[in-house]
Design a protein around this ligand. Structure first.
Ligand code: PLP
Length: 391
């Protein structure tokens, strides 16, 4: 919380990192071994155990992880990959890296997650994979998605960038599908500054991704600069430079230890918001589902525009004037110039994604928020909703 000209300002996001993470990073720097090594492998082992996956492969970003996952799934030029329209561009750009086509699927109005029925309508003879995104941390309808994928023999790669920790019918996200990809970007629920983790239960896929993340050189070649390593290595493929550093992994290990505690803190904020906003006619609170647990990475409030005299942009401007930072998740991909130019998408093509986008406001929800900040958000949102509530 900061005071500026007498108004309390609440930033949209503050990373939950501190002295422990700084110490862990400093230890790695003092050790002299900075890049991928023992810390990274320890982080992989601990992460795999945490989500109950057979393999975890650490990478330099979630985007790199999605790219490796599609490559390992054998996605090639001319293939089609189903992705939700409501997501960050990373989900779509990785499909383009391989010369394949991201086919945008409309979302369910409530969760804003990929709609399995619209996905079914968009399957063609060229469809090879589907990338469901657990938006805001709330798991997708994975049963329906798995049924559709097995019927049409599609690979499922979960974009789990928002969903650590989360679970679907008792199974943690990360242990549910062929491949799952997490992001440790600065704003995510576990951060290493930049970083990501891929989980899979498939030995061959794991081996392929381990090789491809480090130049396509055979496994364990990273040891060549250590005393038990050798100078000799062989290049098996034209790989990528996607490995994690031990500095990032050391931060990640500390963060993983706090992961449940941080999630509980977000959940408590969600409960405060939902209790307050459920009573306001112009606002719709995020859906909860009894058969799944969200990470509550984001709190996406939806405005009932028919009950307000202002639009979403003005609502955000009013909150900003009252010192409250917000964001919008996400501008649907078909509204961006790239997806229009390259694939011919037009406004109106994904009506649910567009309608929800027009009414979405993401509120601050992070573990370091104090009571006064949570109260300030509730007061500001309630005040704007009642000042501009028309009916
Ligand atoms: C953050 C994010 C990514 C990409 O993660 P990076 O680690 O920043 O590369 C992918 N998909 C979604 C939905 C995201 O929010």
């Amino acid at each position: 919380m900061t005071q500026k000209s007498g108004v309390m300002t609440v930033p949209f996001h503050v990373a939950a990192v501190g002295e422990e993470e700084a110490q862990a990073a400093a230890e790695v720097i003092r050790s002299g071994w900075l890049t991928m090594g023992t810390r990274t492998f320890e982080f992989e082992r601990r992460f795999a155990a945490y989500v109950g996956a057979r393999h975890a492969i650490a990478v330099c970003s979630g985007t790199a992880g999605l790219h490796l996952a599609l490559e390992a799934a054998g996605i090639k030029a001319g293939d089609e990959v189903l992705i939700p329209a409501t997501t960050f561009t990373a989900t779509g750009e990785v499909v383009c890296y391989l010369g394949a086509k991201p086919v945008l699927v409309d979302v369910q109005p409530g969760s804003m997650n990929l709609d399995p029925e619209d996905a079914a309508r968009k399957i063609t003879a060229r469809t090879r994979a589907m990338i469901p995104v657990h938006l805001a941390g709330m798991p997708c309808d994975m049963q329906e998605i798995h049924d559709l994928a097995s019927k049409h023999q599609l690979h499922i790669i979960e974009d789990a960038a928002h969903s650590l920790p989360a679970s679907y019918r008792g199974t943690p996200i990360g242990a549910l599908s062929g491949i799952s990809v997490f992001s440790f970007y600065a704003t995510k629920t576990l951060t290493t500054g930049e970083g990501g983790m891929i989980t899979t239960g498939n030995d061959a896929v794991a081996e392929r991704m381990r090789i491809m993340r480090l130049h396509g050189i055979e496994r364990d070649a990273w040891k060549r600069y250590s005393s038990d390593g050798s100078w000799f290595y062989q290049v098996l493929e034209a790989g990528f430079k996607y490995n994690m550093t031990d500095i990032a992994a050391a931060i990640g290990l500390v963060q993983l230890g706090k992961c449940d505690e941080l999630c509980a803190a977000r959940q408590a904020i969600m409960e405060r918001y939902t209790a307050a906003f459920s009573a306001i006619p112009a606002l719709a609170v995020p859906q909860d589902h009894s058969d799944r647990k969200s990470s509550w990475h984001l709190y996406i409030l939806r405005l009932k525009l028919e009950r307000l005299s202002i639009d979403r942009d003005r609502f955000i401007a009013e909150l900003k004037q009252r010192g409250i930072g917000t964001s919008v998740h996400f501008i649907p991909l078909h509204l961006h110039p790239f997806y229009q130019k390259r694939f011919g998408y037009r406004p109106g093509d994904l009506p649910n994604a567009e309608a929800q986008y027009q009414r979405a406001v993401s509120l601050p929800i992070y573990p370091t928020m104090c009571d006064a900040e949570i109260n300030a958000v509730i007061a500001a949102v309630s005040e704007v909703a009642s000042s501009f509530g028309s009916k």
